[in-house]
Design a protein around this ligand. Structure first.
Ligand SMILES: Cc1cc2nc3c(=O)[nH]c(=O)nc-3n(C[C@H](O)[C@H](O)[C@@H](O)COP(=O)(O)O)c2cc1C
Length: 433
């Protein structure tokens, strides 16, 4: 633990991570197509002095079998302009693909958001795993992982060079494998210099990109052991690139179902689970592991062959980061329970993906946050409540006071920009020759 306070971002998955979140919210299915919906959530998050508001992307227009009612309909950076106008402190992190965007356009769009928000913007760079996305961009399939990350490396470098050029007031020229450009953006430095870089994607290539360029990493870690190992790994990549360890924050996702008592939390979870389509979690776990789970008997011992490495990690379409997190967690269960651990047990526990999940009391949530922070497995978390707005309100009203009481979290905002709040080195300012 090198920082005083834990970093807490809120990952606004529209109505929540639960597949039936919109039904539990009691709101119309279309509530998440209004700016007010996202602004109200941001005001709750700001009441809890959370660090940043995080939005994922999904650049695929065709029918996605995993789509759930009430899933994201609006484009992330546009939502963030509404959130910026409705708030004054909270950071604004938008996910945008390096595979399906252009670096000049993206650099300008995010630097604009950074100006409009007074220095609160960040870009979560991903290479996109949804296999349907490529079809929207004239491709038969998404490029393989190695090509996507080669493009991502160059893409992030170009964006950073354009942002640095905006500070320096100088033109740049770039001729690379994927991009060619000359000139500079029509904007100068923002109040924090330029937006921060966030990265999500836990393959070896993803961790390298993060260690080299990112100020924060959104990771998927179920077990504390894996969290500790990957935390150190990414910090060491950063150090190899001559970067201070504190310039990159490791933020695993944390899925929460909170109740005043353990029984209440369990009941809350059960209610949600009973509303789900029976195969929703089976399909999701299968996609994450890269297998068709409907072919396996649900109450038989968990099939060990599902945990073997993919035949070709370069063409494995889902996220390797998510897969590794799940494989490690399921292996732990198998060594504890042996053949008593069934596929149904795994689907129930891991059907929402590779993120750590807590169903429990505010104290239990705070305990996990404290343990991971103090042992050096996390600098903070990307919070993923089961439902919005209720799951966020419980966190802000019940968990945040405990963290404050333990000296782990701020009582009020003191830094105006996201860069300062995260404790990141100031952007390089040009010193005239
Ligand atoms: C925690 C986490 C969050 C991610 N969020 C997104 C996202 O919002 N949009 C997206 O297209 N891909 C997302 N990804 C997937 C990866 O960034 C990347 O797109 C994928 O192709 C490669 O992931 P990998 O490096 O884990 O194999 C996420 C991955 C992880 C581990």
């Amino acid at each position: 633990m090198s920082r005083e306070h834990v970093i807490l971002n809120i990952n606004v998955l529209d109505f929540g991570i639960s597949p039936v979140a919109w039904r539990l919210s009691g709101l119309p299915k279309t509530a998440n197509t209004t700016g007010d919906y996202f602004a109200d959530i941001a005001r709750i998050a700001e009441r809890g002095t959370l660090d940043a508001y995080f939005l994922a992307d999904n650049p695929a227009i065709r029918e996605d079998p995993l789509r759930k009612p009430g899933q994201r309909a609006l484009e992330p950076t546009t939502i963030l302009t509404t959130v910026a106008a409705a708030t004054s402190h909270i950071g604004l992190i938008g996910t945008l693909s390096t595979t399906f965007n252009d670096p000049v356009e993206l650099a300008e769009r995010l630097l604009t958001l950074d100006h409009l928000s007074g220095g609160r913007a960040a870009w979560n760079a991903v290479t996109t795993y949804n296999p349907l996305a490529g079809g929207n961009f004239g491709l038969d399939a998404n490029p393989d992982r190695a090509s996507r990350y080669r493009r991502a490396d160059e893409f992030v470098d170009v964006v950073l060079a354009l942002w640095q050029a905006a500070i320096d007031g100088r033109d740049i020229t770039h001729h690379g494998e994927f991009f060619s450009l000359a000139g500079r953006l029509p904007l100068g430095a923002s109040p924090q210099g330029h937006p921060l870089i966030v990265q999500a994607g836990g393959s070896p290539q993803g961790r390298d990109l993060a260690g080299r360029t990112a100020n924060a990493v959104f990771t998927a870690e179920w077990t504390l052991a894996a969290g500790l190992e990957h935390y150190e790994q990414v910090k060491q990549v950063a150090a190899r690139h001559g970067r201070p360890r504190s310039d990159i924050a490791i933020l695993p996702g944390l899925i929460t179902t909170i109740g005043s008592t353990e029984a209440e939390a369990a009941e809350r979870y059960r209610t949600a689970h009973e509303l789900q389509e029976p195969h929703q979690e089976l399909t999701a776990l299968g996609t994450a592991l890269g297998a068709d789970l409907t072919a396996y008997p649900i109450d038989a011992p968990f099939p060990q062959d599902l945990l073997a490495d993919p035949h070709d990690s370069n063409t494995f379409t889902a996220s390797l980061g998510f897969r590794e997190s799940l494989v490690r967690a399921i292996r732990d269960r198998l060594s504890a329970k042996g053949t008593h651990y069934t596929l149904r047990d795994a689907v129930l526990e891991f059907g929402l993906g590779g993120h750590r999940r807590i169903i429990g009391t505010p104290e239990q949530v705070a305990d996990t946050i404290e343990e991971w922070f103090r042992t050096g497995a996390a600098d903070g978390f990307n919070l993923m409540p089961d439902t919005f707005p209720a799951g966020l309100e419980i966190f802000v009203d019940e968990v945040v006071p405990i963290l404050r009481h333990r000296g782990l979290f701020r009582h009020e905002y003191t830094e105006p920009t996201l860069r300062e709040r995260y404790g990141i080195t100031p952007a390089r300012t040009h010193t005239a020759a």
